[in-house]
Design a protein around this ligand. Structure first.
Ligand SMILES: Cc1cc2nc3c(=O)[nH]c(=O)nc-3n(C[C@H](O)[C@H](O)[C@H](O)COP(=O)(O)O)c2cc1C
Length: 480
């Protein structure tokens, strides 16, 4: 195996906290564009050998939650053919995240078969108490349902290589935002868990962490307590075509995931001192229900019309992006704690174009002390086309390294997940206001950092363009 040391599952984390993160970030910074290995394209769906199956009834909250997260719900027709899509965005539409569901009635641990909208039994017995016990922050009672999200590393790793882990971590944040929005409309009291004992979850799910790694969990309560079922029993079903190990293919990803297995009790880094830039007050945010926007959201295929949006719409998007959420990071009920939204304003009526930090307490924009032009950065062709016509860009910003001194290498995962949550909340709020939005990961680069006036360990973590959709040649519609 080349270069870095891979830690076997269950063994102690890397001796120096943050070292695996530094190596991973170095690998990303130094990577060239490798062509995707099309001969190694892995299957899009995961299947288990039949050992029992729950067909999810229509209009049942937990089934609707799963369908709204990962169901195959949309078809897109282009000149290239038909592409099946899911409700939440995913880098390259490769959907590397799988969901595992622990139910009390009928008691079992199940895999969500997205292609058939059904639950396949993996192990009989009530796994909720053990999964619940592996979480760092537990509720008073055992939840009705526990959902664990895991990334199949090679599903998008064959294309994005080591960068795949960054996408996977952001995608569990995206799915967390989606779960919270869906939970609101389905009457499910949903909480996001990013800090749990990886080894315990991994073992219960029967997953090999060099192939597929647990990254996040949700607990859901509907107010109708499900009594405990029989204890977990032996595995009932095996995976049909286990995904390949990435130990040799993606050594930095493997090392970072292994080093971040323990949920250490961390201390949040101090936020940077507020810069004294010019202040632009925003109007009050409009009341919108992001849950209503879930079926409307999609990423624009042909960029934006060069039109202005109102300052009230921008205020609404930013208020949702910066809102607190039910989670397990200290302080996250008030606001995301590992990153904060910034914005590049391009076409917003009454707000001068420029780079700003969003101050959520005063609902104001503070001009950034940066320099340069984002368009001068290393952008992909579709970003170069869409950016000049977008109305604004939401950019979560965070300190990538300081947190790892106490949170260990788990910091990377926590922060990327929150960055995904922030941009997806912004995207849903934009959709609720009649706009469209698309993540352009290539917008996170040193030029963008300079424009935002970021120094030291602060970096742009994601880059969400939003505006008024330009009609394209793509036709997207709901399935079935
Ligand atoms: C974490 C993440 C990163 C993404 N990065 C890019 C990107 O760099 N460029 C791009 O054009 N789209 C990017 N996307 C958007 C996806 O390509 C898009 O979500 C996918 O094609 C599915 O389409 P949909 O959003 O319409 O459902 C990203 C999405 C996610 C969740």
């Amino acid at each position: 195996m080349s270069g870095s040391r891979v830690i076997a599952p269950g063994s102690p984390p890397a001796a120096v906290p943050g070292e695996a993160t530094r190596r991973y970030l170095r690998a990303l910074a130094e990577r060239g564009r490798e062509p995707a290995d099309r001969t190694a394209v892995p299957p899009t769906y995961k299947r288990y050998r039949y050992a029992g199956r729950l067909v999810l009834p229509a209009r049942e909250p937990h089934g609707d939650l799963l369908r709204g997260l990962l169901g195959v719900t949309r078809a897109e027709w282009t000149h290239r053919g038909v592409r099946l899509k899911r409700p939440a965005p995913s880098g390259g539409a490769l959907y590397p995240i799988e969901a595992y569901v622990a139910l009390g009635e009928p008691a079992g641990l199940y895999h969500y078969d997205a292609a058939h909208h059904a639950l396949d039994l993996i192990r009989p017995g009530d796994h909720r108490p053990l999964l619940h016990a592996s979480l760092t922050r537990v509720s008073a009672g055992v939840p009705d349902v526990v959902v664990v999200l895991a990334a199949v590393f090679w599903r998008n790793g064959f294309k994005y290589r080591e960068f795949a882990y960054r996408l996977q971590c952001q995608e569990v944040g995206v799915l967390s935002a989606q779960a919270l929005a869906l939970g609101e409309s389905l009457g499910l009291d949903t909480a996001v868990h990013l800090r749990f004992d990886d080894a315990a979850c991994q073992w219960l799910l029967g997953l090999d962490p060099t192939r597929e790694g647990v990254l996040a969990a949700f607990t859901c309560a509907s107010g109708r307590a499900v009594p405990p079922g029989p204890p977990p029993r032996l595995p009932a079903a095996a995976e049909e075509h286990p995904p390949p190990s990435v130990v040799d293919r993606l050594p930095c990803l493997t090392a970072l995931h292994a080093a971040s297995a323990a949920p250490l009790p961390g201390v949040l880094p101090l936020p940077p001192p507020p810069s004294p830039g010019e202040v632009v007050r925003l109007p009050a945010a409009r009341a919108v229900r992001v849950a209503d926007a879930v079926p409307l959201r999609c990423s624009p295929e042909a960029g934006f019309l060069p039109r202005h949006i109102t300052a009230e719409t921008l205020a609404t998007v930013l208020a949702h992006a910066a809102a607190g959420y039910p989670g397990d990071l200290p302080g996250c009920h008030d606001a995301p704690v590992t990153c904060a939204p910034h914005v590049l304003v391009r076409r917003v009526t009454g707000v001068p174009a420029g780079a700003y930090r969003y101050d959520r307490l005063t609902c104001a924009l503070v001009a950034a002390d940066g320099a340069g032009d984002v368009l001068a950065g290393p952008l992909r062709p579709n970003t170069r086309l869409a950016l000049p016509e977008a109305a604004a860009v939401v950019v979560p910003v965070g300190d990538q390294t300081t947190g790892s001194a106490t949170f260990g290498d788990r910091w990377y995962r926590l922060q990327q997940a929150e960055a995904g949550l922030v941009v997806h909340r912004a995207a849903l709020a934009a959709a609720a206001c009649g706009l469209t939005a698309r993540i352009h990961s290539d917008g996170t680069n040193p030029t963008t950092d300079a424009v935002l006036g970021l120094t030291g360990p602060l970096h742009a973590l994601s880059f969400l363009l939003l505006g008024i959709a330009r009609p394209g040649s793509t036709v997207t519609g709901p399935l079935g």
